[in-house]
Design a protein around this ligand. Sequence first.
Ligand code: HEM
Length: 160
Amino acid sequence: MPAAAICRRAKPRGGYGLAVGLAVTFTFFQPYSMPESIYESLGGEQTLRALVDRFYDLMDSEPEAAGIRALHPEDLTESRNKLFWFLVGWSGGPPMYIERFGHPRLRARHLPFPIGESERDQWLWCMNRALAELITDNFARVQLAHNFAQLADFMRNKAG
Ligand code: HEM
């Protein structure tokens, strides 16, 4: 088939104006674009650092969390760093924890510590308070709370 005939066939029915109009609409309004990651909607590294600091401050000071505080080292600096690095990658940011320590294998790393319902609930008590205070984006906060609840429950390794 001659090239001219192919060109004539390839021309869209509504003419090029319609094609350009659709391209502009989809490029700038992105009706089907993916939602941004939780990492972006909650405010990235800065917010996560503040969240982790508040979480460990609560664990360090509130009697409700005394049980799990006793499982942690006296100096919480590394605990803060590790949870922060983990959460950055987990929420969709750069894989900071994996770069340093490899695959998180979180459940295996928690096996040396006895974690039952009480420990799970203390951990979530601190985290849910920190979330309520610091995460203003409703979607990100609800999503995070849901994911934390599931992960904390998965961390249980003893009855009760
Ligand atoms: C369910 C109750 C939990 C308890 C009682 C608990 C307790 C602990 C303890 C005692 C450590 C070791 C000390 C340290 O390195 O900071 C630890 C480490 C850690 N936890 Fe938890 N944890 C719980 C749940 C979670 C959850 C839900 C997450 C993630 C969202 C998490 C993330 C981490 C991380 C990233 C580390 C450092 C692991 C490593 O590289 O050694 N923990 N946790």
